[in-house]
Design a protein around this ligand. Structure first.
Ligand SMILES: Cc1cc2nc3c(=O)[nH]c(=O)nc-3n(C[C@H](O)[C@H](O)[C@H](O)COP(=O)(O)O)c2cc1C
Length: 218
């Protein structure tokens, strides 16, 4: 019988060769109000800037607003969904991730526009983690409001909002959100996502590793 390995605990095991920054990163909702130094904020966008992109188009753009820039902070805040507002209100920095939809002089559709923005956000997030900061991304926002408030041209798309800040153990977020915050994190096992030979067939090296892990669990 084929064993399903999905019961393996969703945590990092000894021998998982994953960098500490990746282990540490998670999307907190328990932000502290502590402001972030401007040099550190700049380092996040420096990291984003060095991401790879199709044809080196660098389609990413970022609109940033710290709580010390209340006018713009509340503009971004006004566009996010009510459920997100409950925790995002504490974050000292909000960022809108925008991407350019066309490329080249003939203005062809850039099919990598969102892919590349996400890659820049991944860089930004790991840089943030290295500075003891946390980032939670939000798809739950109204892009029309953002477009209007920040005068975003038609060939650019506001794709994501990020909340960033330090974490606190004394958060005032509602109890139901705190429970979700503390719930175990879930991930698909490698055998569901890494294939060889045929789509859907787990790669041999993944099968071997997961079988070893099952033995260790016993
Ligand atoms: C594209 C995208 C959209 C997301 N939208 C929201 C959102 O609107 N609200 C929210 O609370 N979390 C949102 N998240 C955070 C995810 O729920 C979170 O990354 C996921 O549960 C995995 O948790 P982890 O990042 O802590 O590993 C979003 C993440 C991504 C990448």
């Amino acid at each position: 019988m084929k064993r399903t390995l999905s019961f393996l605990p969703q945590k990092f095991k000894k021998g998982n060769m994953v960098h500490d920054l990746i282990k540490k990163r998670y999307s907190t909702r328990t932000f502290s109000e502590k402001l972030i130094d401007s040099d550190i904020i700049l380092s996040l966008f420096e990291a984003a800037r060095w991401a790879p992109s199709g044809g080196n188009e660098q389609p990413w753009r970022f609109i940033i607003a710290g709580k010390n820039d209340p006018e713009n902070y509340w503009k971004i805040f006004s566009a996010i969904n009510e459920g997100n507002k409950l925790w995002a209100i504490n974050a000292p920095l909000l960022v809108v991730g925008v991407t350019k939809l066309e490329r080249g002089i003939d203005k062809k559709l850039n099919k990598y526009a969102f892919y590349d923005l996400a890659s820049a956000v991944a860089n930004l997030t790991l840089q943030a983690t290295s500075k003891n900061l946390y980032v939670r991304q939000m798809g739950g926002f109204n892009p029309l409001i953002i477009r209007e408030l920040f005068d975003i041209p038609e060939n650019f798309e506001p794709a994501i909002v990020l909340a960033a800040g330090y974490k606190t153990e004394e958060s005032n977020i509602p109890e139901n959100l705190m429970m979700r915050e503390k719930a175990p994190r879930q991930r698909k096992p490698l055998s569901e996502i890494v294939f060889s030979g045929k789509f859907g067939t787990p790669a041999d090296l993944v099968k071997q590793k997961e079988e070893e892990q099952v033995k260790e669990e016993k």
